[in-house]
Ligand binder design. Structure first.
Ligand code: C2E
Ligand code: MG
Ligand code: MG
Length: 865
């Protein structure tokens, strides 16, 4: 229909010779009377086929000439340096549209608008844009600017500066018509665009050569971290091709021509195309960074070591979407190599594998789902399984998540068919069945000191990757291996002696029993087995061992090494005697509790401090039974962390009620281990005086806001008292600035509350970094923050208020996710009315008044709302 429209216009028997003059004469009126219309063309996400954006395109509905397409008037306006009038008009219309959607509670769609280079020469584009966008309080992330490639080579320095400024202010800038100019590659090098719109000429002849060019553009864009969109898509075949190479977005007549807004939406509705939510947008933008054309797509973020498995250029790849709530998944993308590999394994299409896993008829169905779930929480996973005699290796990497959904990159290597591995096949054949028994298998290249992970099915080992044996083993020993077993573990992996030990062992292998930590802080027994598979190559296999066997082995080992270990002890100074003495003489109050957090014993200092006469008064009771914390939650949480996760706490400040007095102490707690299992808590505390507490690097737990780490209301009140003292003693004035986010509710609605928690944390971090050394900072509640500082004058306080505002309003991005904050601030000085409560109230009231002023100004400018 769009094509027909255009053709109709072009074929009109019309005299265009006076058109230029007509345009110049009529422009003002056309803008004022809205004869110039904004048409919207849909942009669709390739992976999900959802509407993810629109491009705003100008159409002039002239009473005399009829509907004029841009190529009739744009060059005229450019020639006479009037194009900025049109472009700013379009931006305003787009913002108006957004605002109207918001009023109606409709999910708005991000829109891109075209800018001309001459706009930048005529006006301060950023300033004009900020004025319009701010007036309608439009989130900056929903307005994108397109700048066509052909204008970028002239005046490159200035252009770069203008583009950078727009980006720094929080807008995305896209390169339009990429490939239409002569030096596209240079342009890419010099400008940091957010997205590349690939010119439609590449699609117009859909030859093998142009397909090759498009594929390499997408590949290159992803290498440098730029999103991709293809323009001018007209056929299903083109769309499928773009999907297969990982091009993220599609625009073209295939999904619809440019049309008036409502009509555009209606057409999409007819086609069954839904809108992408803002949260989905963030999710898919992350996925879009994966480069399926790269030799190693797993490397897209960090420079992880290239794995030997993945060097092959035609890697079998898929993107799986895992839903943790139902523990199920689907494939949202599969490349040709993957389809081929699955076919060889006997599956006619990828969905068949998914179904087989769902029906649990797939050989490693349970492990597959578990591996997906672990990838969701831990980031990556490798696992191997045997399918109909083929030995398959799967690598997984978390790409993006949103709520319970996670997108996971999957690669499949059928090792038994991989010719590179041919020489190892024999070895592999004989070991294949062992993989079913062992949770972890590593190949140690003794000569190179290199550890290769062949399979890991083990949560603790999930993060283990290929790398230096020494580094991996040392780190693992320190972080995961039970103290007592650590020397033994290191000895086992000592590459200088390993091969010799194995050769000299009569059995042809060596083994070791080692306890390693699990997710609950307990240590469980593993058996390690090492044997030589070829010179300088040792295979290490690890599996769970039952506790009984492990303990027997441990006792055997203890007896065996008894002589060695007993050295240094004498009958007179045994561990028991040392312990009794330590309890008696230390300045620390010491206690120990069982798994139910009941006291099992305490030392003399403990009894003295609390004024107990005997141990019997405490034994068997919990803190709550004793009623001795003003607010016991923080303590209880700490203890539960010790018991359930094995996490120790160190010198945590808190209060205890002693004889009616609230005393300040710092307490430390650590797990008690018996044979690797947590059986209780060992704790010790000391009293701190007030001065020490104030100086202490960690303020009182109960004065800290858990989410942001700033002071909470209670902490804020204490600080306020100190400022007040200073005011009374030395007449030192101070101010309070209250700041909150006008559009916080909207952000929650658009991006969800988990994301908004990140936003609050980010604001806190920024305030801390920028003002933390001179100001007291607190989160009052919700999205309201407060900044308190001593000041010499009102001007100084106002300056600070402006600085706080600027910092917060300047936040546009967290972890590649874009959003806009519209804050309001309120300032009060203590000297105005020297009462703490009044200061709090005044600062807030002024902030609220400012917010109301924003709204009133908006209403005045836009009486239509
Ligand atoms: P552009 O920004 O590259 O916009 C895409 C053009 O391709 C649009 O033409 C659109 O109608 C057309 N198109 C979209 N899908 C297909 C397709 O599948 N097949 C074919 N053959 N064409 C397709 P339009 O609207 O005539 O605009 C032409 C150019 O005029 C735009 O190219 C843009 O550079 C410029 N333009 C349009 N509106 C404005 C504006 O408000 N300001 C400025 N500065 N330039 C504008
Ligand atoms: Mg464009
Ligand atoms: Mg274009």
């Amino acid at each position: 229909m769009g094509t027909e429209n255009r053709r109709a216009v072009v074929t009109q028997e019309m005299d265009f010779s006076h058109l230029e003059e007509h345009i110049l004469m009529r422009l003002d009126k056309a803008l004022n009377d809205h004869e110039i219309k904004v048409y919207y063309q849909p942009v669709v996400r390739t992976l999900s086929e959802k509407l993810c954006g629109m491009e705003a395109l100008a159409r002039w509905e002239d009473p005399e000439y009829g509907l004029l397409p841009p190529d009739r008037f744009i060059h005229v306006l450019e020639k006479h340096k009037l194009i900025h009038l049109l472009d700013l008009y379009i931006i305003r219309e787009v913002c108006k549209r957004y605002s109207r959607c918001r009023q109606q509670g409709i999910l708005p769609v991000p829109v891109s608008v075209n800018l001309s280079r001459l706009d930048f020469e005529a006006v301060d584009v950023l300033q004009e844009v900020e004025r319009i966008v701010g007036e309608y309080e439009v989130p900056k992330e929903v307005i994108r600017f397109e700048i066509t490639e052909s204008v970028l080579t002239e005046h490159a320095d200035e252009m770069q500066k203008w583009i950078r400024e727009l980006q720094e202010a929080g807008y995305e800038v896209w390169m339009d018509d990429f490939g239409s100019g002569y030096s596209s590659l240079n342009v890419l090098k010099d400008y940091a665009f957010n997205e590349l719109k690939i010119d439609m000429r590449f699609l117009s002849d859909f030859s093998a050569r142009s397909r090759e060019i498009i594929a390499s553009i997408v590949d290159m864009a992803k290498r440098i971290g730029i999103h991709t969109l293809a323009e001018g898509v007209e056929s299903r075949e083109q769309k499928d091709f773009l999907l297969s190479i990982g091009c993220e977005k599609i625009q073209g007549y295939y999904y619809g021509p440019p049309l008036p807004y409502e009509q555009c939406l209606l057409e999409l509705k007819d086609k069954g195309i839904d809108r992408e939510s803002p949260a989905e947008q963030q999710y898919y933008d992350e996925i879009g960074k994966v480069n399926v054309l790269s030799a190693n797509p797993f490397d897209f973020h960090e420079e992880a070591k290239e794995s030997e498995f993945l060097r092959s250029s035609d890697l079998a790849l898929a993107l799986l979407e895992f839903d943790a709530d139902v523990q199920g998944f689907r494939a949202i993308y599969t490349n040709d190599a993957c389809k081929k590999a699955l076919k060889l394994l006997g599956y006619s299409e990828p969905q068949e594998v998914v179904n087989a896993i769902k029906a649990r008829s797939f050989p490693a169905a349970g492990r597959f789902i578990k591996a997906l779930d672990r990838t969701r929480t831990q980031g990556s996973e490798i696992f191997n399984y045997v399918d109909g005699g083929d030995y398959c290796s799967v690598k997984l990497k978390l790409i993006s998540s949103s709520g319970s959904r996670s997108a996971i990159l999957y690669s499949l290597t059928d090792i038994s068919r991989n010719t590179d591995m041919e020489r190892d096949r024999k070895l592999d054949g004989s070991l294949r069945h062992l993989y079913a028994i062992y949770n972890e298998v590593y190949l140690l290249h003794i000569d190179k000191g290199y550890l290769e992970v062949l399979t890991t099915d083990n949560q603790e080992a999930g993060e283990r990757q290929h790398g230096s044996i020494k580094d991996i083993v040392t780190r693992y020993a320190a972080e995961k291996v039970y103290d007592e077993d650590r020397p033994h573990y290191l000895k086992f992996f000592d590459t200088d002696t390993m091969e010799k030990k194995i050769r000299e062992s009569q059995k042809g292998f060596i083994n070791a029993y080692i306890r390693t930590i699990d997710g609950h802080g307990n240590y469980s027994w593993k058996i390690y087995l090492a044997f030589i598979v070829k010179p300088e190559h040792v295979l290490v296999m690890v599996r769970d061992e039952d506790t009984a066997k492990g303990n027997v082995w441990n006792h055997y080992r203890k007896d065996y090494f008894m002589e060695e270990e007993k050295e240094g002890y004498s009958e007179d100074i045994s561990p028991e005697i040392l312990w009794q003495n330590a309890l008696r003489w230390t300045e620390l109050g010491i206690f120990w509790k069982d798994r139910e957090r009941r006291f099992m014993g305490v030392n003399c200092k403990f009894l003295d401090y609390y004024g107990f006469h005997s141990v019997e008064e405490v034994i068997g009771k919990t803190d709550e039974d004793m009623g001795w914390h003003v607010s016991p939650d923080a303590f209880r949480e700490d203890e539960i962390n010790v018991l359930d996760k094995g996490i120790s706490t160190h010198e945590v400040p808190g209060h205890c009620l002693v004889n009616g007095q609230n005393k300040s102490i710092v307490a430390s707690k650590t797990p008690i281990y018996k044979d690797g299992r947590i059986t209780g808590i060992l704790g010790f505390f000391r009293e701190v005086n007030n001065a020490e507490r104030l100086k202490s690097a960690h303020p009182d737990l109960q004065e800290i806001d858990h989410l942001t780490g700033l002071l909470n209301v209670r902490g804020g009140m204490n600080v306020l008292l100190e400022f007040q003292d200073e005011y009374m003693l030395h007449k030192q004035d101070f101010c309070m600035i209250s700041i909150s986010i006008d559009n916080f509710r909207e952000l929650q609605r658009l991006y969800g509350s988990a994301f908004c928690d990140q936003v609050l944390f980010f604001i806190a971090e920024l305030l801390r970094k920028r003002f933390g050394t001179e100001c007291a900072l607190l989160r009052h509640c919700g999205d309201e923050f407060r900044v308190i500082r001593q000041v010499e004058s009102r001007e100084e306080a106002e300056k600070l208020e402006k600085a706080v505002y600027r910092e917060v309003a300047g936040i546009h991005m967290i972890r590649n996710k874009r959003f806009t904050l519209y804050p309001s601030t309120g300032l009060a000085l203590y000297s105005e009315q020297p009462v703490a409560g009044q200061l709090l109230r005044t600062a807030r009231e002024r902030m609220q008044a400012n917010r109301r002023r924003h709204i009133a100004r908006f209403r005045k400018n836009h009486p239509e709302y």
